[in-house]
Design a protein around this ligand. Structure first.
Ligand SMILES: [Fe+2]
Ligand SMILES: [Fe+2]
Length: 347
């Protein structure tokens, strides 16, 4: 599906499907991997690069073979990495981080990075980045550096440091300097070994993998793992703005997704698939396995893009559940959760 030009977005006579992404899932088996000049393979879940354009986030799949080190590059957008299978490493501005399945990393804007695999099996990870958002604004820039050593590469763009004064010039300089200081000191890695899943009021167990609340300095990118108990699903159908991806880390189930609560279609999913929740689609996810839990990793742009939407759309309600959702009796007994949360496996 091709997105309509911007001028059609406000045209109520156009069907909703003609202006948005509206793909509801991308199966792992449909993601074709290609060899690339970076010495890695790349596949596309969602991106203009393969005919599934989006407005805020993309979603790519990457593989690197044993013994391979990729070339170095950097870009004006930032990206979050979810490690899926195998063991590898990533260097970010020369800082090496070893990773394994279930780990998350942040690739900050303008940070040089490359990946390597010193193991014996293929290492696989996916990324979700703010590239589409920056491309919309004409600010998406990619820079390739081949095999140039990190210490011979230019640093991230320098910025003006704080100055004395309360005039409008000083106020802006100081505000921006403060923001850059915090973002550039942000966290880069979450190891799966340190992830503690906690029960949420909505019946799942969840943990942030990458988010401002746990010390990351991303552009609002956020990644959270949610575990669904055997045979259970989300309590309520709901909708909210913003593109969101749900990568199926473990298990199998289905989601209902549609433009009205009573006009939803069922989309089955299994490990490796990406559930695509386009903005304002009603949706609800279910674990169909009666014995095992399922784990979905949700990725979206939260504290910048959604907060901006919230501010611009105020006082419209952006997070919605059907009016009768809260009156539904909850007779289910509390789920039994496994004691261990081992690293995910691939395949
Ligand atoms: Fe990159
Ligand atoms: Fe949701």
């Amino acid at each position: 599906m091709v997105c309509a030009p911007f001028e059609e977005l406000g045209d109520a006579s156009k069907p909703v499907d003609s202006v948005c992404l509206r793909v509801s899932s991308v199966r792992d088996r449909d993601v074709q991997l290609f060899d690339t000049a970076r010495r890695m393979r790349r596949g596309v879940y969602v991106s203009d690069d393969a005919g599934r354009p989006s407005r805020s986030l993309d979603a790519l799949l990457h593989e690197i073979d044993p013994g391979v080190t990729s070339t170095i590059h950097r870009h004006s957008w930032d990206a979050m990495v979810l490690c899926i299978g195998g063991w590898g490493w990533t260097e970010i501005d020369g800082q090496r981080i070893n990773w394994g399945p279930g780990d998350a990393l942040h690739l900050p804007a303008w940070a040089w990075h490359r990946h390597g695999n010193e193991g014996t099996e293929v290492a696989r990870f996916m990324t979700a980045s703010s590239e589409p958002l920056l491309e919309t604004m004409g600010m998406a820039i990619d820079e390739e550096a081949g095999d140039t050593p990190f210490d011979q590469l230019p640093t991230r763009p320098p910025y003006a440091e704080s100055i004395e004064g309360n005039d409008p010039f000083a106020v802006r300089i100081n505000r921006l300097a403060n923001d850059q200081e915090q973002r550039r000191a942000g966290r880069l890695h979450t190891s799966w070994d340190d992830v503690e899943l906690l029960k949420s009021p909505r019946g799942q167990r969840t943990a942030f993998l990458l988010d401002r609340s746990i010390g990351y300095g991303a552009s609002g990118l956020s990644m959270v793992v949610g575990e669904f108990a055997p045979g259970r699903g989300q309590k309520f159908i709901h909708r909210h703005p913003g593109e969101a991806w749900l990568y199926v880390l473990e298990g199998h189930g289905h989601s209902i997704i549609g433009t009205e609560p009573d006009k939803c279609e069922e989309h089955p999913w299994e490990k490796g698939d990406l559930i695509v929740v386009d903005h304002f689609l009603w949706h609800q996810h279910f674990n169909d396995d009666k014995e095992r839990t399922a784990k979905l990793v949700r990725m979206h742009i939260f504290d910048s893009l959604l907060e901006t939407m919230r501010a611009l759309c105020y006082p419209l309600t952006l997070f919605e559940e059907p009016p009768d959702a809260h009156t539904a009796p909850d007779n289910q007994v509390p789920p039994v959760w496994p004691d261990e949360t081992p690293r995910p496996t691939w395949p």
